[in-house]
Design a binder for this molecule. Structure first.
Ligand code: IPD
Ligand code: CA
Ligand code: CA
Length: 269
């Protein structure tokens, strides 16, 4: 497969939307970041609303008949089998603290199948994208998952907000080190964690109960980069199930067994 893929209109639109939204995030980073608290005590910044507005404008101009599920504005547009999953700013807390580990995440789903995924970190100018059956790219270069086994591997855990997921998260962070040289991290930006699994920087990411827009784009990046995505118990994963393990495939089964052990300990369903 050539390094430069022939991009579909859907991918081109998603890339344009991510780059334009990225400019908005950059502008906010350079000025005062105005923070407020959401009802669930998570943080919100002005930038995410503006970013989502821009993404929706660009997608609806190109595809007025599609629907968009955005974190800030919910489901909008026509009822359609084509649904865009949009996180206009993933890693809000990092962004609010000026830590350059945040991104825009945009994915297109058609009847449960992920067709397009884009993750863009404007702070590092890292533009990850994938199309179903066409591979994963970082700044127009094809990328693949790592070939490392569990020794010296780095794993991230991305957690949602349910108390049972929070408990499992704590256990995994504490007990997962299968081997002394395995590092476990929570970088606070689920979409980018998955992008780094696709790039081969991380060996795996465990997702515990996030929203579709947090992981849709990243999951496709991992799959198209040659990685493996399964439910926590190793059974086949189906979008939009939000508990899963995404890895380079090499020590996937070891990880599944470890997560199972922790789940049994906690009676996590
Ligand atoms: C958050 C990030 C983080 C995850 C949080 C999410 P946001 O998204 O993806 O990794 O642990 O649960 O809410 O709020 O920064 O878009
Ligand atoms: Ca998010
Ligand atoms: Ca967000």
């Amino acid at each position: 497969m050539p390094d430069n893929l022939v991009k579909s209109k859907e991918l081109k639109v998603a890339l344009e939307a991510a780059l334009e939204a990225g400019k908005i995030l950059e502008r906010h980073l350079e000025t005062d970041i105005i923070k407020s608290m959401k009802h669930d005590k998570s943080i919100s910044v002005l930038a995410d609303g503006e970013s989502e507005e821009m993404i929706k404008k660009i997608i609806f101009e190109a595809f007025p008949e599609h629907s968009i599920l955005g974190e800030e504005t919910g489901m909008t547009g026509q009822e359609s089998d084509y649904v865009w999953h949009v996180d206009p700013l993933d890693g809000t807390r990092n962004f609010a603290h000026g830590v350059p580990f945040f991104c825009v995440a945009i994915a297109l789903e058609y009847k449960g199948e992920l067709r397009v995924g884009v993750v863009y970190n404007p702070a590092t100018r890292s533009l990850f994208y994938a199309e179903k059956n066409k591979g994963t790219y970082l700044n127009d270069k094809r990328i693949f998952v790592s070939k490392d086994g569990e020794v010296h591997s780095m794993i991230t855990v991305s957690r949602g907000k349910k108390p049972s997921d929070e408990k499992l998260f704590r256990e995994l962070m504490h007990d997962l080190p299968i081997h002394n040289s395995v590092s476990i991290r929570d970088f606070g930006c689920a979409a980018l964690d998955l992008a780094y699994v696709a790039q081969g920087a991380l060996e795996a990411d465990v997702q515990l109960g996030l929203n579709s827009y947090d992981f849709a784009a990243g999951a496709l990046l991992v799959l198209e980069a040659g990685g493996k995505v399964t439910a926590l118990d190793g059974s086949p994963w189906k979008f939009p199930d939000n508990h899963f393990i995404a890895s380079n495939g090499i020590f996937h089964d070891v990880l599944v067994a470890e997560v199972k052990k922790q789940k049994e300990k906690l009676n996590h369903e």
